[in-house]
Design a protein around this ligand. Structure first.
Ligand code: F0G
Length: 442
């Protein structure tokens, strides 16, 4: 079997069999990665094969993750079952209005909200759930700000596994909570924040033998790296200058960086795009660390706050991987305020695209990076929208009606607000309202 689990700490260098149940290196405690030593492929031939698979009706070919299975060969596809909902297959969407807002000539979104459960987590979860099946573990668990739990609940149901979900009570959007309930997961709302619950559940997993599917599970990241493979396939392998992504627990940017490095090493591309991670200002430990003059210890944010609850994380598990990938790519980290996220989100909505609050941090961050001269206006930029617009409708309604408040109680100005109007059941008065309103696009 060519696949193995490797410690990411080069000084340790330990490796373990692919079917060991491990979330961290038992020797030194560092994170693990799935590696394929000696993997050799023919890039030109595979690029053709992957295109041909788009016309196939076979489940593995229809999945936008497993279509690229030569790059994630940790399963034996003749023997092992795969839990798939035909994840991935998410579009690249041009968004001129958002580009203009950010100060760019053009901007393309890779919209992961088009996934089966509405977020990029599905790309990873198909791999995590399939690895659970391979290991013969019947129960899976995660701590989540909402999307991981929605995704895990769905994939556990598909795979016939029992899902146990731990959520920070009162701090996840209703859409995500509703998904977990609908997909049948045992849902525990803990009176603590994400970081505190993750520490709790890591201990519980070890004691109870429940398989943990948070993003420190390296198989999840194998699936998420295919987001970059699919993006490049859709661009006929033209490498963008920048890939911009919101950062929470920092698994996604770590997966992107790993995938891109592997594509470079295997000869699919000839350079790396720069990775830019955008954090919410109230939950921005990576921003602080990345820009600190002296890199001492990584300092967690004790009480992370943001209305973009998906990224309300103060002690991100994957920060060492993220730092590595961002640095190698020549990228950067930016942070954005609640008002900036809210406005960027409304602008993305006006493009007819829409996304959840955390995803909008990308456009808010780009606007700052362009203004600062870090990203050139003519740069070729792909921003990854991580979640669907319907994940958090409460936020949207509050913004457009002027009722959205930051965690510290400051009202967010609806600069792009579009409040509904109540009208009487009277054609003349409705006609009068229509006459006052300018035509769309005017
Ligand atoms: N965007 C959305 C919509 C998310 O749900 C998350 C993470 C992120 C961005 C950040 O990604 O953690 O890989 O840096 N949500 C996790 C969850 C933490 O539990 O659903 P990251």
């Amino acid at each position: 079997m060519p696949a193995q689990l490797s410690c990411i700490d080069a000084a340790c260098g330990a490796s373990f069999p692919i079917d060991d149940v491990l979330y961290a290196c038992p020797r030194c405690g560092a994170l693990l990665a799935v590696e394929y030593p000696g993997l050799r492929v023919d890039p030109a031939a595979l690029k053709r094969t992957w295109r041909e698979r788009r016309m196939s009706n076979a489940p593995l070919d229809q999945s936008g993750v497993w279509r690229y299975r030569e790059l994630i060969p940790f399963l034996d596809f003749d023997r092992h079952a795969v839990a798939t909902l035909r994840e991935g297959n998410t579009p690249l969407l041009a968004a001129p209005r958002a580009a203009q807002y950010a100060g760019l000539d053009s901007l393309v979104f890779k919209h992961q909200g088009f996934n089966p459960t509405g977020s990029f987590k599905d790309n990873g979860m198909t791999c995590g759930a399939s690895q659970a099946l391979r290991l013969g573990l019947r129960r899976v668990a995660c701590v989540s700000t909402g999307n991981t739990s929605a995704s895990m609940a769905a994939y556990a149901a598909v795979a016939g596994l029992t899902a146990v979900i731990f959520l920070p009570h009162g701090n996840i959007s209703f859409g995500k909570l509703a998904q977990a309930l609908e997909y049948g997961a045992l849902t525990l709302q803990v009176e603590a924040n994400f970081d505190q619950i993750l520490a709790l559940v890591r201990g519980l997993a070890e004691k109870t033998g429940i398989y943990l599917l948070n993003s420190m599970n390296p198989f999840r990241l194998e699936g998420q790296k295919t987001i970059m493979v699919e993006m490049l396939d859709q661009r006929d392998w033209r490498v963008p200058d920048w890939v911009v992504v919101p950062g929470g627990n920092l698994g996604n940017v770590s997966a992107f960086g790993k995938g891109l490095r592997e594509l470079l090493a295997l000869g699919f591309i000839d350079r790396l795009p720069k990775l830019a991670v955008i954090q919410a200002a109230g939950s921005a430990p990576l921003y602080d660390y990345f820009h600190a003059a002296a890199k001492g210890e990584f300092r967690a944010v004790q009480n992370p706050e943001t209305l973009a609850t998906a990224i309300r994380i103060g002690d991100p598990v994957s920060w060492p991987k993220a730092m590595h990938e961002i640095t190698i790519s020549g990228g950067t980290v930016e942070r954005v305020t609640e008002q900036e996220i809210a406005d960027a989100k409304a602008v993305i909505g006006r493009c007819g695209i829409g996304c959840e609050p955390a995803s909008a941090a990308t456009v808010a961050g780009l606007r700052k990076l362009v203004a600062a001269g870090t990203v050139q206006p003519g740069a070729d930029v792909v921003a990854v929208l991580t979640g669907n617009v319907l994940k958090d409708p409460d936020y949207i309604y509050r913004y457009h009606t002027g009722q959205l408040q930051t965690p510290s109680g400051v009202t967010i100005e609806p600069r792009f607000g579009n409040a509904p109007r109540v009208v009487p059941n009277d054609p003349d008065r409705i006609a009068a309202v229509l006459a006052e309103t300018s035509a769309p696009g005017a």
